[in-house]
Each structure stands twice: as structure tokens, then as C-alpha cells.
Design a binder for this molecule. Structure first.
Ligand SMILES: [Zn+2]
Length: 84
């Protein structure tokens, strides 16, 4: 089975043009964008573990995913769109 979401690595993520991780703490609803440059390509995203700096939660309440807002949108070559 090829479930790319289940075993996505940082290498996969970078090949999609995404270079940061979107780390969301469900315990306190804090959200941080973390540059992924410090980890190597073969690291699986779901294996990364973060500790929330705001409330100290770690493990399960912390949701880590690629920062999809960085992914180039296909077919949107006509200039840049404001994101905020
Ligand atoms: Zn937190």
C-alpha cells in the first residue's frame, strides 16, 4: 500500500515545495510554524515530537503537519496573492 500521508517524510514534503512544519497544540490552541531545515529528508513527519512552549504539553496534543500554505498552487502563475 502506498499511503503517502501515513509515511510522509520531510523529503517528500520538501519535494512539494514546503519547507516548514505547522505545529498546533490542541491543549492551548497555540500554533507555530517551524522551519524544517534542521532535520534530514528521511525523517517521518509523524515521528517528530514537540513540546508546547506555551503550556508544556507534549506528544499527543501536538499536531504536526506540513505547512501547506507554502505549497505552490498549480496554475497560479499570475502574480502573487496576498495570504493574510
Ligand atoms: Zn500548548
Amino acid at each position: 500500500m502506498t499511503d503517502t500521508r501515513a509515511a510522509m517524510t520531510l523529503g517528500n514534503m520538501r519535494s512539494l515545495g514546503v519547507r516548514s512544519l505547522d505545529v498546533h497544540c490542541h491543549a492551548c490552541d497555540r500554533r507555530v510554524i517551524v522551519p524544517a531545515g534542521r532535520w534530514s529528508d528521511e525523517v517521518e513527519i509523524r515521528r517528530l515530537r514537540f513540546t508546547c512552549l506555551a503550556c508544556g504539553a507534549r506528544g499527543r496534543p501536538i499536531d504536526v503537519r506540513p505547512d501547506w500554505t507554502e505549497m505552490p498552487v498549480p496554475g497560479s502563475r499570475q502574480g502573487s496573492r496576498a495570504r493574510e
